[in-house]
Design a protein around this ligand. Structure first.
Ligand code: NAP
Length: 282
């Protein structure tokens, strides 16, 4: 039976570690503040934003909430970001994506001061990651590294295959695995003979966005399988990019959905907010 990697428990450990660090900063008179901006009222975004604020309250970070109407203009949003960039008491700025269509997401991401880019999406943060310099790392892939390491999975020298090359998951995931000395292959929709490539993986990360796409035919016996996907099926139940029941018997370890990668994203956001104290000094 495969080890079921427990993202809920590991994310709780990380949040508790953050809570301790926040408390010790408070003793030195240092408060951490995260500005959370939501434009419009997309129900999924409201759930994510609510969970982020709850996590802030748990670890002792103050969250400043900006709930802007759907029809907010790009200039209005950029104006708010400029104000928050300039405020010395604000450590981190998070803009919940997606944004309404009148707003250019890339422009908004670039407008955030890289020293406050706790989501790790700014081109400067991505560049720093690729050349191994200090900076914020995108929360979901950073959380996956924590899941692997805290579950005793060695990355060094392992064949790591990432399916997906998005800027927020696939690409930073590949860079992080490389930083940990994995031998990394990235697959995408144009990859030929996908199964042959994924079957080489000791560590397989699925970030495809297609429910239950990965079945046992894609997985080597004994592989560690990480499922980034989040979908709701016809019965409103959550599932991932991996067909868990089919793959679990051949894997040595696997993340469930829910309770795997999902909770790690917010835990790593808290981690990044704590890191901001040091990064803001640079
Ligand atoms: P995305 O931007 O849609 O990227 C999907 C990637 O999968 C693309 O690179 C695409 O290739 C590739 N792909 C699509 N079909 C493929 C196929 N048949 N064979 C091989 N590759 C294929 O998605 P994302 O933002 O990275 O997110 C991926 C999944 O993770 C989604 O289900 C999302 O909801 C979930 N997610 C979860 C969390 C979390 O906290 N757990 C966070 C972020 C995302 P091309 O580049 O060639 O199109």
């Amino acid at each position: 039976m495969a080890l079921r990697i427990d993202g809920k428990a590991i994310s709780m450990q990380i949040k508790d570690e953050c809570k301790e660090k926040v408390a010790s900063y408070k003793e030195k008179g240092i408060e951490i503040k995260l500005a959370v901006i939501q434009v419009g009222n997309d129900p999924a975004s409201s759930v994510y934003v609510g969970n982020k604020k709850k996590a802030c309250a748990y670890v002792g970070i103050e969250s400043l909430s900006y709930e802007l109407p759907e029809e907010t203009t790009q200039d209005e949003l950029l104006g708010l970001i400029k104000t928050l960039n300039e405020r010395e008491d604000v450590n981190g700025i998070l803009v919940q994506l997606p944004l309404p269509e009148q707003i250019d997401e890339d422009l908004v991401i670039k407008a955030i001061d890289p020293r406050k880019d706790v989501d790790g999406f700014h081109p400067q943060s991505v560049g720093a990651l690729s050349i191994g310099q200090p900076g914020y790392v995108s929360c979901t892939p950073a959380g996956i590294i924590e899941l692997l390491e805290r579950s005793g999975v060695e990355i060094e020298g392992k064949e790591c295959v990432v399916i997906g090359r998005s800027n927020i998951v696939g690409k930073p995931m590949a860079l992080l695995l490389l930083r940990k000395n994995g031998t990394v292959t990235i697959c995408h929709s144009r990859t030929k003979n996908l199964k042959e490539v994924t079957k080489r993986a000791d560590i397989l990360v699925a970030a495809i966005g297609k429910p239950k796409f990965i079945t046992k035919e894609y997985v080597k016996e004994g592989a560690v399988v990480i499922d980034v996907g989040i979908h709701r099926n016809e019965n409103n139940k959550l599932c991932g990019d991996v067909d868990y029941d089919d793959v679990e018997p051949v894997a040595s370890a696997i993340t469930p959905v829910p309770g795997g990668v999902g909770p790690m994203t917010i835990a790593m956001l808290m981690h990044n907010c704590v890191e901001s104290v040091a990064l803001l000094k640079k």
